[in-house]
Every structure is written in C-alpha cells, then in structure tokens.
Design a protein around this ligand. Structure first.
Ligand code: TXA
Ligand code: MG
Length: 342
C-alpha cells in the first residue's frame, strides 16, 4: 500500500511527478490526478489507482500554450483558434498525438486530449514538473469527481503519493472536450465552455452524436459509468413531483434544487410551500441544498452527491434545470449520475 502525503509544497509535488509519482492537484474545473505522460510504468499505476478502464484515454495537461509540442504532433487551424480563444481554461482539444506520449495515456488512439488549466497553482506545478502531465479527474473510477482535496483523500488515500492541497474548485465540472481531428470539429463532452461559445469561434462545430457499438469510439469515456454516488439518483424535471409523496418517504433522502428566480416562479405550484426558501411543503430532507444559479449548482453538484453518501442517503433527488446552452453540461452530469450511459 502507498502512503499518501497531503502537502502544500508545489516543489515537492513537482519532483514527485518527475520521479514517476501520482500527484493529485487542483484545477479550476475539478481535481486532477497527475502522472508523467511519458512514463509507461507510472501511467499503468495511475489506471490501477483509479480503477479506470484502460480503453478510456487521459487528458494531457500543460503549463502553457508554448509547451504544446510536448504532447501534440501538430496544432491544426481549428485547435489553434480554440486554444487562442479559451486557453488557459476549461477546454480540452483532441489533436494528433506526439510519439513521446505513451500509448496507454491515449488508450492506443493516435490522438491526444490537451488542456491548459486556468489555475495558478496548477500552472506552477506543471511548469516545474517540465513534463506533459496526464491527469484524469482525481476520483475512484465511476464516482463523482472531486472538487475539494478532502474528497480526493476520501477516494484515493493509500493509492496515490501526494495530494497537493488547493482551494475548492471554482467551476466544479470537467472541461469541454472538442475533437479537432476530423473534417468537422465535434464536441465530445459538454463543459463550462458552452456549445454557443465554441460556435462563436468555430462556426461549423457539431454536437456529439450518441454512438452505436459497431462504430469505432471517438470518445470512449462516454460509454462508461461516471459521476455516480452509492445512493441512487432520481432526476426531477419539476419540483411538483415531490409534492405528491408523503413526508415519511423523504426523510432519508437528500435534495438539490435550483432556486433562481425564473425557475422558482415557473416550476413551483403555489401550494408547494414557501417559494423563497424552497421548502417543499411539510417535507423535511436529510440534506436540502439550494443553488441560486446554474454556475453555483455546477460548482456544488459533485460535493452534494458525496455529502449525500456520507450521510447515508437512501435516495438522492436532483432538480434538473431548464434546458438551455448554459445548463447543458450540468444536465449531462446529472443524467450520468442517475445511471445514463451510451
Ligand atoms: O476538467 C477536466 O477535463 C479534468 C481536469 C482534471 O483537467 N479532467 C478530466 O479527465 O475530466 P477525465 O479523465 O475524467 O476525462 C477525460 C475525458 C474522457 O471522457 C475521455 O474519453 C476524453 O476526455 N478523452 C481524452 N483523450 C481523448 C482522445 N484522444 N480522444 C477522445 N476523447 C478523449
Ligand atoms: Mg473523470
């Protein structure tokens, strides 16, 4: 068993990465679990530590756009336009891979996901490490991602060498992934940078089509279970669905709810209770988190799921926000937390 050290020493963490260690670190999206992407043995250890299926490729992180050639063989025009607009930031571009990146990182694909986090501690760490750093989200495979170092410790204690203590992640869900290698750029995973924002830069961007099993996987990660707490998750398109249930049925449940003014007015029936507080009539939950905006909801969503598990919730109710460009990524994670996969 590995001894996990929690540290705030960036130099120590960078040295561990150079020596083939596994180091969890904060980014603006979620915590990542970093490893030298040119070290095959270290990469193998990382897949084991997470329990990650080996057909799901990892994103390679760089400390600046100037380092792109550490990971990519070339940056075509689409990738350049996207990176110029959104790097550093919550965007991953899939481009042709540089041979020094070991095959296990890209699950045998000849492409690589490349990201430059908008996070000063992560940038310092990556620049000090000096290597391209493969970093999946720092959670046990299948579980909700971690947005606090304490949650990383909860999932990965005894499995990784270091956890670099950082602040809670500001965005809270993973980067948007765009495949730039085909004739038409394609969004593979929604994220904090929205489809409309990307479209403003690459007008011919397509959304990802659900895949059939006879097609070669363009984004293998979409097939696996993700973001799932131990307790089952039930999605609520409308809060009024809860009103019909007896209070006793909800006592061991938790609830996450969006209470921005638009959704409160349009979604709550008058008899449901105090609309400003978001109390559901006479019902009482084990935990009731209220989020005032989509960005607040994104930031707190995974920690809400984890807290529900810590409290031993029997069922987790998740209020789904109205569908629009800004809510697409959160809705995607909510669906997957509830068990949906392609
Ligand atoms: O915000 C993020 O992206 C976080 C932080 C740590 O940077 N990382 C993250 O990594 O979410 P992970 O491993 O949990 O998700 C990586 C996603 C998967 O869906 C994977 O299939 C996709 O990126 N991906 C990576 N490389 C790819 C490639 N070459 N082609 C297609 N999809 C790729
Ligand atoms: Mg992940």
């Amino acid at each position: 068993m590995t001894i996990t050290h929690v540290t705030d020493d960036i130099g120590l963490a960078a040295r561990a990465l150079r020596d083939g260690g596994l180091v969890a670190f904060a980014t603006e999206t979620v915590y990542g679990l970093g490893v030298d992407a040119t070290n095959a043995q270290a990469v193998r250890r990382l897949f084991e530590a997470k329990g990650r299926p080996t057909d799901n490729p990892l994103i390679v992180h760089l400390g600046g756009l100037d380092q792109w050639s550490l990971a990519a063989a070339e940056l075509n025009e689409v990738a350049q336009r996207l990176l110029t607009a959104f790097a550093p930031g919550p965007l991953t571009v899939v481009v042709r891979k540089q041979p020094a990146i070991v095959d296990a990182v890209t699950a045998g694909l000849n492409t690589v996901g490349l990201r430059i986090p908008n996070h000063s501690q992560a940038i310092q760490l990556l620049r000090l490490a000096g290597h391209p750093i493969a970093a999946p989200s720092a959670n046990r495979s299948g579980r909700p991602s971690c947005t606090t170092w304490q949650s990383v410790l909860e999932d990965l204690d005894g499995r990784v060498d270091y956890i670099l203590k950082g602040p809670d992640c500001a965005i809270g869900i993973e980067s948007t992934v765009v495949d730039c290698t085909g004739p038409v750029p394609r969004e593979l995973r929604s994220g904090a940078i929205t489809f409309d924002q990307l479209r403003g830069v690459v007008a011919n961007l397509r959304a990802c089509q659900p895949q059939t099993s006879d097609q070669p996987p363009t984004s293998p990660g979409r097939r696996h279970a993700h973001y799932q707490p131990s307790a089952p998750v039930k999605l609520l398109e409308s809060m009024s669905e809860l009103c019909e249930l007896p209070p006793a049925a909800l006592r061991d449940c938790t609830l996450a709810e969006l209470i921005d003014s638009a959704s409160v007015k349009s979604r709550w029936p008058a008899q449901a209770g105090d609309q400003t507080l978001g109390v559901v009539g006479d019902k009482c939950f084990l935990l009731h988190r209220r989020f005032a905006s989509i960005s607040e909801y994104m930031q707190g969503f995974y920690e809400f799921l984890r807290e529900s598990d810590r409290l031993g919730a029997a069922l987790i109710y998740v209020h789904v926000p109205p569908h629009n460009d800004k809510s697409a990524a959160l809705r995607d994670r909510q669906k997957r937390a509830a068990g949906y996969r392609e």
